[in-house]
Every structure is written in C-alpha cells, then in structure tokens.
Design a protein around this ligand. Structure first.
Ligand code: SF4
Length: 743
C-alpha cells in the first residue's frame, strides 16, 4: 500500500493533518491511522508546498514510526551493555553526573549537540533549559553541518539570519540559478515549483561540479571546478561593475560598503576567474548579463555552497550580486538558501546556536535585557557571547575541558568528519547522554539513552525553508516507554533545584512553550506573534513575520517595507576572498571526493534503514567514477573499490561508471554506516560558521574484484540525455541506470 491503492482491509479510521518530518521542503500531508497505528501517509492536495505530492520518503513515512530500530525504553549502560531502565533512574543518574561535573569543572564542562528534527516548541524549551537552567552556552546543533554558512552569510550581509524568498518565487523568476544544489535528489518537490513557471523566457542555470539529476533539467549547465564558487561570484560582480551594469539607485539607497567591494574585486578579473573556475570568459560575461538583463533573478543554493571552508563568504558573495543588481525583496528574486532538515529553521530562530532566541545578537545588551524581561529571569544568567560551535565542542572534549555531552536526535558517529578521531574523542567523556527515538550508532556508545517519541507521536510546529511555519499533529501514542522531547526536557529540568519553577512555571504542554515563543519573537524578524495553531491548519502553514500588520504572514523579506536588520537598516557588501582547496590533491591522494545525498535515504539512515521500499531502491552506498578513471583503474559498474585518505580507508564500495562526475573526481552518498564515508573526510571548517568542508577530500582509489552474491543490472534508461544547451563540449553523456540487488 505504500505507493499504491489502499485496500479496504487497510483503510484508515482517521486521517491526521501534519507536515513531513524529513526535509526542509515542508510538505503537507495526512497520516492515516487504523486501530491506533499509523498505516498510511498521503500528500495534502490543498497544500501550497507540495500540491498533494510527496517524495518516496514522505510516502513511506508512517513505516518509520514502527521501525524495528526504535528505542522503546530509557537505557543505561551496565557492564558495557545498554540495559532497560526507568525514567527516574536515568534522570537521576544524568542529573547527578551533570551536577558533579559542573561543580568540579564549571558549568561549561557540560555541552549539548542538537538537531534540526525537533519541533520548535521543543527547541525553545531545550535551549532555554540548557542556557538558563544548566548555565552553559556550549550548545550547538547538527544544523551547523548543514545550514550554518547560510546563517552567518545572511547575518553578516543583511544583519539577521532568515531566508529571503518563497517557493512561489521559482514560478515568478525569469532566471533561476541553482548553485551547488541538487534539488532533484535532495528537495525533489521544489522541482514542481520550477515546472510551474510558465514564462516564455524562463531559464534555469545549474552551477555544479557534478552533473546531477538537477543539471539535466537545466537550460544551461555550468560544470564549475570544485570549490571555486566564491571566485565565480566575485568575478561576476567584477563584470557587473566593469560594464556599468550595477543598479546604482538600489545600491545608494540600501547598501553600505560598495566602494570597498569595488576595490576588493580588482583581484577577480575575468581571465583570472576563468582560470580558477574552469568557466570560459565568454560564459562569465553571459552569466553576468543574465543577472542584469532580466526583471527577476532568483539564486537558490544548498550544501554545495554551505559545506565549505569558505561557506559564509560564498553565501555573502551570492548576496553581493543580488544587492548590486537589486534582485531582492521583489517577486521572483532573492538569494535563497534551501534548508536541509524539517525544522532546521526552528533551531535557528529559537537561538542558542548563533544568537539568542528571536535572532537577537549575542553582545547586544538591549536585546539581552529585553529577552530576560520577557521570560522573567535575571539578566546575569543570560549569556553575552556564543559558546563553542559543534567542532569546537569536539575539540574541547578532546582537551578534557568538556566532560559531559548530551546529544539530541542526531548521529555524529556517521555524520561528522574524521570518524576515527571522533570515536576516540567520545571515549574521553565522563558522561555521554543520547536522546533519540532510534538506536543510532551514537546511541549505541552512550552511557545513558533517553527514549524519545518521534514524528507522528507528538505535536507542535515545524518551519520550512521559505519561513513557513506549519502544524505537526500527534496521530498515535509514543511507542513503548518513550516520551516526547518536550516532556523529557520538562521532566529532566525538575531534577535541578529551582530550575523548572523558574523557567517553566505551570508548563505542561507544547502550546505553553509556543505561547511564550510568540512573545519572545514579537517584533523580531521571525515574528510569530500573529500565528495560532488553528491558523496554521486552516492555511497550510504561515510564513513569518506574522503579526497584527501581517495577519497572514509574509512572502518575502526586504521588500520596501521590511528594512535590513543592520543598525542603519542597510545591507552590507562583504569582501570575501577565494582560497585554493582546504586539502590539496597529491600524488598519494590524487582524487577529489564529493559527498551528498540521494532521494531515497535520509541522513544517517536511523529513520530510513528499516523501511523496506527505500532500502530496496538504494541498499548500500556506491561510488560514481568517470569513464576515463574507470578505464585507468580497470573497473566497470558493479565492481567493488576501496577508498582511502590521510585519515582512513573504506572498502567494498560498489562502482557506478558515469559521466556525471569528471575525471579525477568521485561522488559517494554519505548515508551509510556500512560504507562510512566520513572515515575519509577532513576536519577543516569555515572559520565564521564552523561548517565542515565535506565536499572536497583528497583521496586514493583502489580497485578490487566483484564479490559473489550480488546481481548487478545495467540498463540505458533513455539514451543520450544531453543538456539542452551547454558551453562545453563533451558534457552530454549517456546515462545508465544501475540496479543492485542481493542475490
Ligand atoms: Fe517533501 Fe522533503 Fe518530506 Fe520528501 S522528504 S515528502 S520532499 S518534505
């Protein structure tokens, strides 16, 4: 029944309105419930985001609730093995441990790593407890592995975090630039919005070192050299100014730093940029002209831009071009980051990662006082500066400075870089607590596990990439002895003297947190004050800011009546420099490894690895190898290879020979713990955002014979799929579909 008809025997007793709990697209859906069990998921036909459709993950999402990988009771480690326990025992054990560590080593010796998967009410509650209750600002989230560069880029250029545009703008744009964004795999429903664009002159330009499924829908595909996007955007800005194409009126009225930018760009003349990016000078001029000759230009990006050691400045370089040309704040325009997780936005808005709740900047004493007064706590307990970022927390554990780590709904032992080092670091902790609904690789090594409820078992709101807050309802009871993350935090807080009474007086349900969050966000860019649960359900979500003046929300930021969030309300041109790759290729490691996602799996597969239909589609990781490299290595599709880097080696990765990667580059999806690709990746990070440079690692390939027991079928799926137009010869390739199954 997952993708087909519902038989009479399986017809749900009721349908519960909700929002998909996987990615940041935020599809509206209904969960079908029969006899108290989730048995079906279907798209909401009236929903503006997905118009009734869902991707394979959404369509099978109900199966995730009853996964055999669920944790059904709190667990505690005894004699090296996790054993079933009680809530009282685990709360007492962890609170005693935290108190002892904090007494001996200071409050900041306890750190927290969060997620983008909780509900906003839960993020708000968790952040408040960690920061004001436990008194540590060493709290970051796995959103730092994903969206931190967009956050910091928006902040340094526009004065605040907050995605600028709406999905609807894909329909209104004349030209859509997709930069480092394989939306066809990672945000598949967004392609529907591009297809709804019926403009005669519509053009989709895909800039990516890898010819992905997304590049096949492009009018123009630009195969840029890996990690040269910052040089490209500086180069395009150079040409716009050189040609006198800039929007002088917009720049004067709305920006600062133009003169400095102009000077800075002198290092990025077209020929130099062509040498760096591999894009010829003529095409660079064509791209720059595209920006100024169209009424509405939209740039959307994801991990190809963010996951970079220059991620923040690359985001700002994209924003620079939009500010120079005035393509912001109008229909069909904007520099638009697409978020990864269902509620990455929730954790960004409620703060504690890079700002205080409601995008209040650390160090802004007026904002701090205002926040303290709204939540009725002494100003002295509100932090004045940001704590350690994710990677800094890991380093501080390594140094022995942080002694206890509480991880919620994320799985660093697959998702973080340099896995061997990370495992050794975790072993140094006095206390590792994992709060999760699934027995993740990280939960397996924990001292204590808080068994959490998951999507469909709890209620609250998620906010998607376009700032659309939407309702997520409870359809079924939490499995076994699991509790919602909201309940876990609230009850755990009672084990710390006076904390629950101070922070959560008479709170008992998520709506209590939402009511306070509305007050805390009022007047901020992410203003929720006009949102009610009822309105969300009625309208299929509402885009913030939503308040008395904007009772049904706001489609796009920085239109004439929404000023930039800097002190003088002007955006700032940022001068960012391009640098060669964080880890250069060498004779020993001559190949560039790129990593990413595939539509059928979700992150570290804690949620998807027991869903049969998804695993039948993609049972294991593979490595994409170019035909030329395959020839050199004497491998063919279906063979097995090993990959090694300066940090480690992984074996038995199945080969797919494809023209989608260039000679000297390979691609491997990062989802699989069996072929743990982050064994190879490097701990190099953007200094401003802390986001890891997942996308380029210098590696070596080692060919190996095909093992027995696999059936590999290779079929040409539709002959030659050439890009409609390309400035490059040899970009068109024959695509073959590889079906891998176990014999
Ligand atoms: Fe929509 Fe993303 Fe869920 Fe797929 S995973 S159904 S695209 S929200």
């Amino acid at each position: 029944d997952t993708f087909g008809m519902i038989s009479d025997a399986n017809k749900p007793d009721k349908w519960v309105y909700s929002t998909c709990g996987y990615c940041g697209v935020g599809c509206g859906l209904y969960i079908g419930v029969k006899n108290g069990k989730a048995v079906y998921t279907k798209g909401d036909p009236k929903h503006d985001v997905n118009m009734g459709t869902l991707c394979p993950k959404g369509l099978s999402e109900h199966q995730m609730i009853n996964s055999s990988n669920r944790i059904l009771a709190p667990l505690i480690k005894c004699n090296g093995k996790l054993q079933k326990s009680s809530w009282e025992k685990v709360f007492t054990t962890v609170s005693d441990s935290f108190k002892k560590i904090q007494k001996e080593h200071g409050n900041k010796a306890v750190a927290v790593i969060g997620t983008g998967q909780l509900l906003t009410e839960e993020f708000y509650t968790l952040g408040k407890f960690v920061q004001l209750g436990l008194g540590t600002n060493n709290y970051d989230g796995n959103t730092t592995l994903c969206m931190a560069s967009a956050v910091m880029g928006y902040k340094q250029s526009l004065g605040s975090d907050g995605p600028v545009a709406s999905y609807e703008d894909f329909q209104h744009a004349d030209t859509i630039f997709l930069i480092g964004a394989n939306i066809a795999d990672n945000h598949p429903i967004l392609t529907l919005h591009i297809n709804k664009n019926k403009k005669a002159n519509k053009k989709v330009i895909v800039i990516d070192p890898r010819a992905s499924k997304t590049s096949q829908m492009a009018d123009l595909y630009i195969p840029i050299n890996p990690r040269t996007d910052l040089a490209l955007y500086n180069g395009l800005a150079y040409i716009v100014i050189e040609q006198g194409w800039e929007n002088e009126g917009y720049i004067k009225a709305n920006t600062n730093g133009y003169k400095e930018l102009k000077k800075h760009l002198q290092d990025y003349p077209p020929q130099e940029v062509a040498n760096i990016t591999g894009i010829d000078v003529k095409t660079l001029y064509e791209l720059a002209r595209e920006f100024v000759s169209q009424d509405a230009v939209l740039s959307a990006w994801t991990m190809g831009v963010n996951q970079s050691f220059m991620g923040t400045d690359t985001v700002s370089a994209i924003i620079n071009l939009h500010l120079l040309t005035g393509h912001i704040g109008r229909e069909g325009t904007g520099p638009f980051s697409i978020t990864g997780q269902c509620n990455a936005m929730g954790t960004r808005e409620t703060g504690f990662t890079s700002s205080l709740p409601g995008y209040r900047n650390f160090g802004d004493m007026a904002a701090l006082k205002e926040y303290a007064s709204i939540v009725n706590v002494p100003e002295e307990i509100v932090p004045t500066s940001r704590g350690y970022k994710y990677a800094d927390i890991i380093d501080a554990i390594d140094r022995g400075e942080i002694k206890a780590l509480w991880i919620t709904a994320t799985n660093p032992l697959v998702s973080f870089v340099n896995q061997e080092k990370l495992r050794k670091t975790f072993a140094k902790l006095d206390m590792l607590v994992v709060q999760d609904a699934f027995l993740s690789d990280t939960a397996e090594v924990a001292d204590v596990v808080f068994s959490a409820a998951t999507w469909g078992e709890k209620e609250g709101v998620y906010t998607n990439s376009e700032r659309r807050c939407n309702r997520t309802n409870k359809a079924v009871e939490p499995l076994g002895d699991s509790k919602s993350d909201f309940d876990i935090i609230l009850e755990f807080s009672k084990y710390f003297e006076g904390v629950n009474e101070m922070l959560f007086p008479s709170w008992s349900k998520p709506e209590d947190a939402f009511t306070e969050w509305k007050k805390v966000s009022k007047g901020q860019l992410c203003d929720y004050s006009g949102i009610t649960y009822e309105l969300l359900q009625e309208h299929g979500g509402i885009q913030w800011p939503c308040n008395e003046e904007r009772p049904l929300g706001t489609k796009r930021l920085y239109s004439a009546d929404i000023p930039f969030r800097t002190p003088d309300q002007k955006a700032k041109f940022i001068c960012g420099d391009w640098f060669p790759m964080a880890e250069a290729i060498s004779g020993e490691f001559p190949v560039i490894l790129n990593t990413g996602r595939t539509v059928e799996q979700w992150h570290t597969r804690t949620k998807t690895k027991t869903i049969a239909i998804l695993n039948d589609l993609v049972p294991e990781a593979w490595v994409d190898v170019s035909p030329k490299d395959a020839l050199k290595l004497k491998v063919k599709s279906g063979d097995r290879m090993s990959l090694s880097s300066a940090r480690g080696r992984i074996d038995d990765v199945i080969v797919r020979v494809t023209g989608s990667v260039r000679e000297g580059s390979v691609f491997v999806p990062f989802h699989f713990n069996e072929q743990l690709i982050n064994t190879l990746t490097n701990d190099s990070f953007c200094p401003k955002s802390g986001e890891p440079n997942f996308k380029q690692t210098a590696i070596q390939l080692h060919s190996k014979k095909v093992p027995e027991g696999l059936v590999i079928q290779e079929t040409e799926i539709s002959g030659e799929i050439a890009h409609k137009k390309s400035a490059y010869e040899g970009v068109a390739f024959k695509e073959k579909e590889l079906t891998i199954s176990k014999a």
